[in-house]
Design a protein around this ligand. Structure first.
Ligand code: MRU
Length: 363
């Protein structure tokens, strides 16, 4: 995708072939800046503090984090330790553990001296695979959107959180079909949920859509049900942090409520994800670990003042405790279909087995 006319991905190796560069997403939409990751610890902190976020990008960062870890210590102990450090950084998006295990599996049979180069090559392969997967998700999802458009008025699509190119290596998952349909000439307007507490919708999705020229409107998280009752939403599309073997979809907190409202109003509800987000080892969504982040993200909010300074302010009485559940699970029965790089399937064990026969049946 392009920023100020220049093509960008969300993660790339620097010219020295060792340092890894990422966009500092904590500063958007106010400032576009990059950070250099030079160590395993840098990668771990970037994931934990959400300089990078979004399941597929967390996975790609973890893969490069393994490579940075190998530069520091490529012994068997170093290989195991790097994986433990990275996997502990955020619990919900399975892409993280998937990327770590993929790299570990490739490196384990190799001599320590061979591991650094191979780790970078594998991280780069994982990043490329994500770009291809997300582009394919865009094509499959755009076919659905094209069919839903009845001609005339723009198609009204609601999305939650940010599942755009910033959340992946490029293109995005939920936003990829929107970009592809927009390119095909399907008129689309996107309702963007602000996505409290960290406001990925307001800060990131709105910024992405604006940069790409896709018409959109920011709404508070609770507006979706009202709009659906009024017949002003034709489809919902969200991303996912982990899909269980039965098709249950874990995604940013609030997704479940959107799916309930969509179900009650006959609005199709799609979840889009690459293969790396599907966890065939977990039988159902209630087994997915739900990240709980610090209460300060709920009790405080930050924004840019007229003079350009970014300030954090307290929203609640000082002594009021906050609880910050970062994700929820939408039962498969509320999901119209899953959109993957291999095509579209029912959100069910059978649907997933049809697309991924070589991986199904493990839970
Ligand atoms: O906490 P975040 O910002 O990492 O959460 C991101 C989401 O919930 C996305 O919807 C999900 O990772 C899918 S990203 C393509």
């Amino acid at each position: 995708m392009k920023v100020d006319g220049r093509p960008y991905r969300t993660i790339w190796p620097a010219d020295d072939g060792r340092t890894v560069v990422v966009i500092d997403q904590r500063l958007l939409p106010h400032r576009f800046e990059t950070i250099e990751l030079r160590s395993l610890a840098d990668a771990e902190v970037a994931i934990r503090d959400m300089a990078v976020r979004g399941a597929p990008l967390i996975g790609a960062t973890a893969a490069y984090g393994m490579a940075l870890g190998m530069v520091e210590d490529s012994s068997d102990e170093g290989l195991a330790r790097a994986g433990e450090v990275l996997i502990a950084s955020r619990p919900t998006a399975v892409n993280l553990a998937w990327a770590v295990r993929t790299v570990q599996q490739i490196l384990r049979p190799l001599a320590p001296a061979e591991r650094v180069e191979r780790a970078y090559a594998e991280a780069s392969r994982i990043a490329e695979d994500d770009v291809e997967s997300c582009a394919a998700i865009g094509r499959h999802g755009a076919d659905i959107l094209e069919k839903l458009w009845k001609g005339g008025e723009p198609l009204q699509v609601l999305t939650h959180c940010n599942a755009g190119w910033l959340a992946t290596v490029d293109w995005g998952t939920a936003l990829s079909p929107i970009y592809a349909a927009h390119e095909r000439g399907v008129p689309i307007h996107v309702w963007v949920d602000e996505t409290r507490p960290r406001n990925q919708g307001a800060a990131l999705t709105a910024w992405e859509l604006a940069s790409h020229g896709v018409p959109h409107t920011l709404i508070v998280d609770n507006a979706g049900g009202h709009l659906m009752r009024q017949g002003r939403v034709d489809a919902c599309i969200v991303g996912s942090d982990r899909v269980a073997a039965n098709g249950d979809v874990c995604n940013k907190i609030g997704t479940y409520l959107k799916a309930l409202a969509a179900h009650d109003n006959g609005v199709p509800f799609y979840a889009a994800m690459p293969h790396s987000t599907i966890d065939f080892d977990l039988a159902h969504g209630d087994l997915i670990p739900i990240e709980e982040r610090e209460a300060r993200e709920v009790t405080h909010i930050s924004g840019r003042a007229a003079d350009g300074t970014v300030t954090e302010v307290l929203l609640a009485p000082e002594a009021t405790p906050g609880a910050n559940f970062a994700f929820d699970v939408t039962p498969a029965r509320l999901v119209t279909a899953l959109i993957t790089e291999r095509g579209v399937c029912e959100a069910s064990a059978e649907g997933l087995a049809g697309l991924y026969p070589e991986r199904a049946g493990k839970a």
